[in-house]
Design a protein around this ligand. Structure first.
Ligand SMILES: C[S@@+](CC[C@H](N)C(=O)[O-])C[C@H]1O[C@@H](n2cnc3c(N)ncnc32)[C@H](O)[C@@H]1O
Length: 322
C-alpha cells in the first residue's frame, strides 16, 4: 500500500517553513512530508534521514522532481548531531519526526512487522542492523521477555506469553510471525481472545520497539535536535502511541516550563527558558482525515519553538532591572 502521510498540512504549517531555511526530516519514509518541506524551502536545504535504505532509494526520485537542494542520508536519527557535524551544519530552522513504520514497511510481508502475514520474524527498520525479532524471541530470557512485553506493550499477560515462548522454543526455534501468534493464542484466556482487536497486537508492538530501540532513539534525538535549533527554529513530532507521546511531551516540557521558584525566597524574576510550546495540547487528525486514513487515529502532533533574539534582549533587560 502507498504511504499516506499523516497530519501533513498541520505539521507543515506548524514548521512555519522559511524559503531559505535549513530543515531536517528525521523520518523520510516515502517523502510525503519532505516533498512539502522542499516545495516551500526553495533556497535553503533539506536533510532527510531514514534508517531504511529502501525509503531513501524510493524517495530520491520523488524529491528530485521538486528541487536539488536536499541530501538524503541513510542513518538512524539518534545520529542527528553527527550527521549535522559531518554536513557542516551548526543550527537548523526546523526538524520533523513522523514516527513508527511506514505503510510499505508494514505491508511487505517479508519484513515481519505484521501479525496478519506469515513471515520470518524480523521487524528491523534498518536491514543492516544484525539484531532482529528472531534473535529477541529465541534468545531473551523469560525475565527479559516479560520486561519487553510489559514495558513496551503494556501487555497484562506478559508472564503467560513469556512462559509460552520459552516453553515452545525449548522444543524448536520460533521462526515465523504465525508461530508466535499461535503461541500467544494458546496461552491467552478465551475471554481475552473473544475481545475486539488482535491478541498479538501488544506483543508485536513491544518486540518492534525493542528491536529498533525506538524509544531510546527518540529520547536521544529529541535532546540533540533541541540543542541544534536556531532562534525561532521549530521541532515538530508526530507520535502514534502513548509511550512515544509521553517522551515528547516530557522532553518539550523540560525545556519550556520554568522551574518552580522556591516560594520561601523573594521572587527575583522567573527562570529563563529558551523554548516555548507551540501547542499545549497535541494536534489530532481532523474528522475528514480520520475517515480517510486509519493510521491517523492514534496520531498526535506536538511542536516547540526556540525563542528568538528578541526574547534574549528582553530577558537581559529584565535581569538588569532585578
Ligand atoms: C511513518 S514513516 C514516515 C513517513 C513520511 N513522513 C512520509 O510522509 O512519507 C517513518 C519512517 O521513519 C523511519 N524511521 C523510524 N525510526 C527511525 C530512526 N530511529 N531513525 C531513522 N529513521 C527512522 C522508518 O524507517 C520509516 O521509513
Amino acid at each position: 500500500m502507498e504511504h499516506v502521510s499523516v497530519l501533513l498540512n498541520e505539521s507543515i504549517d506548524m514548521l512555519n517553513i522559511k524559503d531559505d531555511g535549513i530543515y531536517v526530516d528525521c523520518t523520510l519514509g516515502r517523502g510525503g512530508h519532505s516533498s512539502e518541506i522542499l516545495k516551500r524551502c526553495t533556497k535553503g536545504h533539506l536533510y532527510a534521514l531514514d534508517c531504511d535504505k529502501e525509503a531513501i532509494e524510493k524517495s530520491i526520485p520523488r524529491l528530485q522532481k521538486i528541487g536539488e537542494n536536499f541530501t538524503c542520508i541513510h542513518t538512524p536519527f539518534c545520529r542527528l548531531g553527527d550527521v549535522l557535524d559531518e554536513q557542516g551544519v551548526a543550527g537548523v530552522d526546523g526538524i520533523l519526526m513522523d514516527l513508527g513504520v511506514s505503510s510499505p514497511q508494514f505491508d511487505e510481508s517479508q519484513r515481519g512487522f505484521s501479525y496478519r502475514m506469515d513471515a520470518r520474524l524480523d521487524m528491523r527498520m534498518d536491514l543492516s542492523q544484525p539484531f532482529d525479532a528472531w534473535q529477541l524471541v529465541n534468545t531473551y530470557s523469560q525475565q527479559e521477555l516479560m520486561r519487553v512485553l510489559k514495558q513496551y506493550g503494556q501487555e497484562p499477560y506478559a508472564y503467560k506469553i513469556a512462559v509460552g515462548i520459552v516453553t515452545r522454543r525449548n522444543e524448536k526455534p520460533i521462526d515465523t510471525t504465525f508461530e508466535l501468534v499461535d503461541i500467544i493464542k494458546d496461552v491467552l484466556p478465551q475471554k481475552v481472545l473473544n475481545k475486539k482487536g488482535h491478541p498479538a497486537k501488544r506483543t508485536f508492538q513491544a518486540i518492534r520497539i525493542e528491536v529498533n530501540q525506538e524509544l531510546n532513539q527518540l529520547q536521544q534525538a529529541l535532546e540533540i535536535g533541541l540543542g541544534r535549533l536556531n532562534p525561532k527554529g521549530r521541532f515538530c513530532v508526530i507520535t502514534f502511541h502513548s509511550l512515544e507521546d509521553k517522551i515528547v511531551k516530557d522532553a518539550f516540557r523540560k525545556v519550556s516550563v520554568p522551574k518552580k521558584v522556591n516560594k520561601r525566597l523573594p521572587v527575583i524574576g522567573e527562570e529563563r527558558v529558551d523554548y516555548q510550546l507551540i501547542n499545549k495540547k497535541p494536534v489530532l487528525a481532523s474528522t475528514e482525515e480520520l475517515g480517510l486514513n486509519r493510521r491517523s487515529h492514534s496520531a498526535k502532533l506536538r511542536g516547540i519553538e526556540r525563542r528568538g533574539e528578541d526574547y534574549e534582549e528582553e530577558s537581559k533587560g529584565q535581569n538588569k532591572k532585578t
